[in-house]
Design a protein around this ligand. Structure first.
Ligand code: PEP
Ligand code: MN
Length: 262
């Protein structure tokens, strides 16, 4: 169902006023994790002013260490909905357990994180919803495996899928992951689904985020996912790769210029 051969035209996924795919560009921005009401509302307002079209924020966090901040959970989802009300931005947030689906009823885009890309039971459950799904490529998964995971969701009847490249594990350790930019044209050849690039998790360093966001934009990505925090040094998760709202605005000005010429 994801195959371009049987569906030549680009899929356009629409959530509220935001569209992605088929020439429509989406910018999903916000903190790694929802931390407080002030934090999420402030960041939401600032990223909206800079041109973001959707708000991200993790409430259920897949942390490597069980001793690290695990997210505000249902309280975090509530705060995201408040930020949506304050700004009108549709919200994107990660699900880790299909049993939590009832809590995600008002979420606009449900994210499947890299660590759950092959959680097939979760994918099947999401296939039975009509929610837009942002499916991130696994840390060590091939393009074909990513597409088969999309197929798991689509075969259940839900074809509202956005694919996301967020870097893969290689021998290189200077960057958090290695951004595989070639997936943009490859996925566009193989599938009609929109492709978003996340340079925040791909690089792990705030100063590398804008250059890679611009490269992804020039390379034909249908959208970007960017971590933005009002005080990166104090972030409870992924501060090192988070842009300040000012840095995000400067990046957006350049992204718009590149969009004009491609
Ligand atoms: C995230 O988006 O905060 C996240 C955990 O991303 P990934 O699954 O790509 O590591
Ligand atoms: Mn993160």
């Amino acid at each position: 169902k994801a195959n371009r051969k049987f569906h030549p035209e680009d899929s356009v996924i629409q959530v509220e006023n935001a569209k992605i795919g088929g020439g429509e560009f989406a910018v999903i921005a916000g903190p790694c994790s929802v931390e407080s009401e002030e934090q999420i509302i402030e960041v939401a307002k600032q990223v909206k002013a800079a041109g973001a079209t959707m708000l991200r924020g993790g409430a259920f966090k897949p942390r490597t260490s069980p001793y690290d901040f695990q997210g505000l959970k249902d309280e975090g989802l509530k705060l995201l909905l408040e930020a949506k009300e304050a700004t009108g931005l549709p919200i994107v947030t990660e699900i880790m357990n299909a049993d939590h689906l009832p809590l995600f009823e008002d979420v606009d885009v449900i994210q499947v994180g890299a660590r759950n890309m092959q959680n097939f039971e979760l994918l099947k459950e999401l296939g039975h919803t009509n929610k837009a799904i942002l499916l991130k490529r696994g840390l060590a998964n091939t393009i074909k495996e990513l597409l088969m995971s999309a197929e798991y969701i689509m075969s259940g009847g839900n074809e509202n899928i956005i694919l996301c490249e967020r870097g893969i594990r290689t021998f290189e350790t200077y960057t958090r992951n290695t951004l595989d930019l070639s997936v943009i044209p490859v996925l566009h050849q193989l599938t009609h689904l929109p492709v978003v690039v996340d340079p925040s998790h791909a690089t792990g360093h705030a100063d590398l985020v804008a250059p890679m966001a611009l490269a992804a934009t020039a390379g034909g990505a249908d959208g970007l996912m960017i971590e933005v925090h009002n005080d990166p040094a104090k972030a409870l998760c992924d501060g090192a790769q988070s842009l300040t709202p000012d840095q995000f605005k400067a990046m957006m000005d350049k992204v718009r210029k590149i969009r004009e010429v491609i």
